[in-house]
Design a protein around this ligand. Structure first.
Ligand code: CO
Length: 134
């Protein structure tokens, strides 16, 4: 069902400092900061040859990652995103196998403008999994 690793998302306490670490120290190609108000996150993309890393920071009081940063004040890996070809079919197959989808089980438009769903970490060894249709 899953294809490539699309991205790993890391919540960081300071985007500018994180940008410097990846660009200035690790020598990666890094985007500017994007503020995604609809998603309540500010993001920097680290572009790698085979995938990307998203450095995320809460944006606004209703940010879905605000509590996560409070629990992990030094930052932490938040989720991994795998690509799927057809997200609705993937959801059906997962539900048949007893896998729980977070929310109302229908895809929403993710931070990259593509349909995504998230799977409950409890059923995947503590890892929050995002599936993105590409
Ligand atoms: Co993501």
């Amino acid at each position: 069902m899953i294809g490539n690793l699309n991205h790993v998302a890391i919540v960081v306490p300071n985007l500018e400092k994180a940008k410097f670490k990846y660009e200035g120290i690790l020598g990666a190609t890094v985007s500017g900061i994007e503020h995604l108000e609809d998603h309540g996150v500010s993001i920097i993309f680290v572009k790698l040859g085979n995938t990307k890393i998203e450095l995320m920071h809460p944006l606004g009081d209703k940010s879905p990652i605000k509590k996560f940063l409070e629990k992990n004040p030094n930052g932490a890996i938040h989720h991994v995103c795998y690509e799927v070809k057809n997200i609705k079919n993937s959801i059906k197959l997962l539900q048949k196998k007893g896998i729980e989808i977070i929310g109302d089980s229908s895809p929403s438009i993710g931070a990259h403008g593509k349909p995504v769903v998230f799977l409950k970490p409890k059923q995947f060894d503590g890892t929050l999994i995002e599936l993105e249709e590409v």
